[in-house]
Design a protein around this ligand. Sequence first.
Ligand SMILES: [Zn+2]
Length: 115
Amino acid sequence: MKTDYFKQKLEEDKRVLEHEMGTVGRPNSAVPDDWEVAPSEIGMEADLADQADVVMNREGNAAILADLEARYDAVLNALRRIEKGAYGICEVCGEAIEEKRLEADPAATTCIKDL
Ligand SMILES: [Zn+2]
């Protein structure tokens, strides 16, 4: 198992995801490793149409952030499994996960037949 190689890929993914989350949200100061949508300037807009735009934008950002956060959690979990020496083991059958599957998704938790 090329654990160091996959660890590098995971750490690269983590940096990219943190950067992407930073464009739509900010770290939640109350919960470690949790992110929240950046506050918008609702109420400051001149008219209702602009306020509607802000709400739409905020909802869009929340959806984007939820997706990024799910991927981020998976990456953090994979890094934790590396630390515990349990990386690359299928959660369903306990067999080693195929390297080509980890190549496609280093945060994968199941082998190809247990997808
Ligand atoms: Zn399996």
